[in-house]
Design a protein. Structure first.
Length: 305
């Protein structure tokens, strides 16, 4: 059943298509803020509630996903809510990029890159609310097709729990076994969808990290495991591919080191003649047999500390 649009509604969409349609209605109702000052919302006289401010592209996505609309009187299916938000961002950013988002190692996180791409599209000179609403609705239809592609018969499930360095690298390897690898500057085949099309080695690792990201309602131990594991998985893979540690200067900022590691992974996977089998083997060879993985497993187990 379609969700009725209302800024006062505390009902949140649990599908990406419904979320994107709600965002389109939100822009139709309140207009579009260009966000060129870096903010996600434009002010309105006497209005302070996020849901009633003029939204940018990302602001509309946020409010559609529940920003300023959650109610303590309701019980929400947070796994479904956050899965819908991830897919909505994926299909919208791919649509605005023209078929597949390009890689950019300057970003240290796939999700932040996608949000930046969506935001900057809305910043462009002369962008109208009608254009924004039309983009949201087109992405909604693409999201419906993406769900159908992801649930195709015979596609293997890829659960990721608990989150460890080994499970992240293993998930990425299983993802490449499912979709195969393609080289190039685009995250995945532009004729497919983010989670089902042939992709690069770096994109497979990004997908694993996004699949592993906890939701705000998760316990602190899950967030600690996620933060440590995602950092270590990238480090181990980059060091394995380069044959040496990527970090040289101990005083170098960590974000610069992470960018270099991402560039190493992307460049290795894009070398001429690189095969899917080689990429899968590299991911599995980088899986560590270290004590902290076992420690996180214990911490996340029922009754663990």
């Amino acid at each position: 059943m379609p969700i009725t649009y209302s800024t006062e509604s505390t009902v949140l969409p649990t599908s990406a298509s419904a979320l994107l349609d709600w965002a389109a209605d939100h822009v139709d109702n309140l207009g579009l803020y260009d966000g060129r000052d870096g903010g996600l919302y434009g002010r309105r006289p006497g209005v302070t509630e996020t849901r009633k401010l003029i939204p940018s592209m990302v602001g509309a996505l946020n409010v559609a996903g529940g920003d300023g609309r959650r109610s303590s009187a309701r019980t929400y299916d947070y796994p479904a809510l956050y899965a819908a938000q991830r897919l909505a961002l994926d299909v919208l950013s791919d649509y605005l990029a023209g078929g597949a988002m390009p890689h950019d190692p300057r970003f240290t996180d796939d999700e932040h890159h996608r949000r930046w791409l969506v935001h900057t599209w809305g910043e462009q000179e002369g962008r109208t609310a009608d254009e924004a609403a039309a983009a949201f609705r087109q992405a909604a239809r693409l999201a419906e097709r993406a769900v159908a592609a992801a649930s195709r018969p015979g596609r293997p499930p890829r659960t990721l729990y608990p989150v460890t360095t080994a499970s992240l690298l293993g998930w990425a390897a299983a993802h490449l076994e499912d979709v195969t690898m393609r080289p190039g500057g685009l995250t995945h085949d532009p004729d497919g969808f983010t989670d089902t099309a042939p992709c690069t080695l770096l994109h497979a690792l990004d997908r694993a990290q996004r699949a592993a990201k906890p939701i705000p309602a998760d316990e602190r131990a899950h967030w600690l495991a996620y933060g440590q594991s995602r950092t270590q998985a990238l480090r181990l893979l980059a060091d394995h591919l380069a044959g040496e540690p990527a970090k040289g200067d101990p005083d170098e900022p960590e974000y610069e080191v992470e960018r270099r590691r991402r560039a190493i992974v992307l460049g290795w996977g894009n070398e001429p003649g690189r095969s899917t089998g080689e990429a899968i083997e590299a991911l599995r060879a980088a899986v560590p047999s270290v004590a902290d993985d076992a420690g996180w497993l214990c911490a996340l187990a029922p009754g663990g500390s």
